[in-house]
Design a protein. Structure first.
Length: 455
C-alpha cells in the first residue's frame, strides 16, 4: 500500500507495511536504527533506472515499522574514494549524532559504454563514515571521512571484496566493526576495534568455506547471552538458477574484548524462499531484536498506480529475532499483526492494493491455492510452487521447501500483497517468502481467519 502526502510544500511518498523502491532500483537495507524516537532505514538505491548501477543511500523513516515515509537520497558519491558507489553499511548513535559507516567504491576503470559499471568488474573498496548531527541532514561534501583504506596486503583483506561494515558499541563502551571479505576463494570476517568510532585498529579475522566465496553483509550480535552471526555468503546455491547467493544464520562463540570468533553448528537459511537477501537487524523501541531484508525482484513493476514510476526491489516485513528451543526464530513483528483488524472476503482487498492475512493449519495431504500460488505439506515439509505467478521469469527458483517439521500439520500465518507472499510457520520457526507477479483472485484452503487492514 502507498500514500502521497504533502508536508511543508513537498509531496512525500509513503509506503505501508513493505518499504518499496521509490522508483527505479533498491537493494540492501543499510543503517537500520531506532534513533531519536524514529526508525531510520537507509537502502542501496540507483535513482535513474530500475536496475543496479552507481549506488546511493536512499532514506526512509517510520514511527512504528509499518508506516514508512521516504526522505529522498541521504548519501551519494562525492569523493575520489567513493566516486563510483556508496555501498552497504550500518549506523550507530554517538553522543546524539548519527554515524553512518559504508563501503566506498572506486573503479579501476569505468566502462566507457556504461559509466555505472566497472570495466572488467575491477574496483577498489575502502571504508568510510558520514556523521549526521540529527538524522535529517547529511553533508556529503564536508562530513565524510575515509576510516579504513583499501587493504594493501592479503592479511588485511581483499582490496576489491572487503565491504559492508557493521559497527556496534561493545559492552565496555568502545566500538567494534565486522566486515565481510574473501581470501583464496573462502569467505572471511574481519574484525576492528576503536575507542571513538573514528580511528580503527585491526583486531582479528576468521575464514570458513560455509561463509561462501565472499561473505556479504555480516551482522553479529548477542541475543539472550548467545552470539549470532547473520551473513550473506556468496555462491552457496550455485546451481545455475537465480540466486546463487543466500542469507544464513549461525550460532557463534565470540570474545568481544579480544575479537576471537568461532562458529557453533551448521548455518541455516534466514528465509527458505531464497528470495530474501542482505538482512540487517537493530533493536526496536522495546529493546527487541528486529530484522528487515531485501526481497530480490527479477524484473520491475512497470506501471504502479501511485505514480512513482517503474520500480524494482522491496523490503520484507519486519521480523523479530528470538531463540526458541535452541533454534533462531523469526516471528512477524507485533506492529504488523496489529494492523490486520478487518474481516476480508478472500483476496478481494488486493484489487485495491490492500494486503491480506491468512491464518490456518495445513495438514498432510492438503493443498492450498493463494491467487495461483500453491502450498502443500509433503513428507513433513512445507512445499510451495509459484510457477503460475512467476512463469515469465527464466532460470528462477519456482519451488521451495522448508526443512522437515517432524509432524503432519503446521500452523501458518501468511501475509499477501500484490508482489510478495510471506509465510510464517509455527510462529516464525521457519519463514518462507516469495516474490510473485499477477496473482489472481483464487483462494482455496481451510483458513481460520482472513483479514485485511483498515486502509
Amino acid at each position: 500500500m502507498f500514500l502521497r502526502i504533502r508536508k511543508e510544500g513537498t509531496v512525500l511518498l509513503q509506503d505501508f507495511l513493505h518499504l518499496k523502491a521509490p522508483g527505479h532500483w533498491i537493494n540492501d537495507p543499510n543503517g537500520f536504527i531506532y534513533y531519536k524516537g524514529q526508525y531510520h532505514l537507509f537502502y542501496q538505491h540507483f535513482p535513474y533506472l530500475p536496475r543496479w548501477g552507481t549506488m546511493h543511500w536512499g532514506h526512509a523513516v517510520s514511527d512504528d515499522l509499518v508506516h514508512w515515509e521516504h526522505r529522498g537520497i541521504a548519501l551519494y558519491p562525492s569523493k575520489a574514494y567513493d566516486r563510483n558507489g556508496v555501498f552497504s553499511g550500518s549506523a550507530v548513535e554517538v553522543e546524539g549524532a548519527l554515524y553512518l559507516y559504508y563501503t566506498a567504491i572506486r573503479y579501476d576503470e569505468e566502462n566507457p559504454d556504461n559509466i555505472h559499471r566497472a570495466l572488467n568488474n575491477r574496483f577498489r573498496a575502502s571504508q568510510a563514515l558520514v556523521i549526521s548531527p540529527d538524522g535529517v541532514t547529511f553533508d556529503n561534501l564536508d562530513a565524510k571521512r575515509q576510516v579504513l583504506p583499501v587493504p594493501a596486503a592479503p592479511e588485511a583483506g581483499d582490496p576489491q571484496n572487503t565491504r559492508d561494515p557493521k559497527v556496534w558499541r561493545a559492552a565496555d563502551g568502545s566500538f567494534r566493526m565486522v566486515l565481510g571479505s574473501t581470501r583464496e576463494g573462502v569467505g572471511q570476517l574481519l574484525f576492528y576495534r576503536s575507542e571513538d568510532g573514528l580511528t580503527w585498529t585491526a583486531a582479528g579475522r576468521f575464514g570458513d568455506p560455509v561463509l561462501g566465496t565472499t561473505l556479504e553483509c555480516p551482522d553479529l550480535f548477542c541475543l539472550d547471552g548467545r552470539w549470532v552471526l547473520l551473513g550473506s555468503p556468496m555462491g552457496i546455491t550455485a546451481d545455475g538458477l537465480h540466486y546463487p547467493d543466500q542469507s544464513t544464520w549461525t550460532a557463534a562463540d565470540f570474545d568481544e574484548a579480544g575479537c576471537r570468533f568461532a562458529l557453533q553448528g551448521t548455518p541455516a537459511m534466514v528465509d527458505w524462499g531464497l528470495d530474501l537477501y542482505a538482512p540487517q537487524t537493530t533493536l526496536d523501541e522495546d529493546g527487541r531484536r528486529v530484522l528487515i531484508g531485501w526481497m530480490r525482484m527479477p524484473c520491475p513493476v512497470e506501471d504502479p498506480p501511485d505514480g512513482r514510476g517503474p520500480w524494482r526491489g522491496m523490503m520484507s516485513l519486519p521480523r523479530l529475532v528470538e531463540w526458541r528451543d535452541g533454534q533462531l526464530c523469526f516471528p512477524v513483528h507485533p506492529h504488523v499483526t496489529a494492523c490486520f483488524t478487518q474481516p476480508a472476503e478472500g483476496l478481494a482487498p488486493l484489487a485495491h492494493h490492500r494486503p491480506v492475512r491468512l491464518q490456518g493449519t495445513l495438514r498432510s495431504g492438503q493443498a492450498w491455492n493463494i491467487g495461483g500460488y500453491r502450498l502443500k505439506l509433503e513428507d513433513g515439509r512445507l512445499c510451495t510452487d509459484r510457477s503460475a505467478v512467476f512463469a515469465h521469469q527464466p532460470d528462477s527458483r519456482l519451488t521451495a521447501c522448508t526443512p522437515a517439521l517432524g509432524r503432519d500439520a503446521c500452523a501458518l500465518d501468511i501475509f499477501v500483497e500484490d508482489h510478495l507472499i510471506e509465510i510464517f510457520l509455527d510462529g516464525g520457526r521457519f519463514v518462507l517468502s516469495h516474490v510473485v507477479f499477477d496473482l489472481d483472485g483464487t483462494l482455496e484452503g481451510d483458513f481460520d481467519a482472513v483479514t485485511t487492514t483498515r486502509t
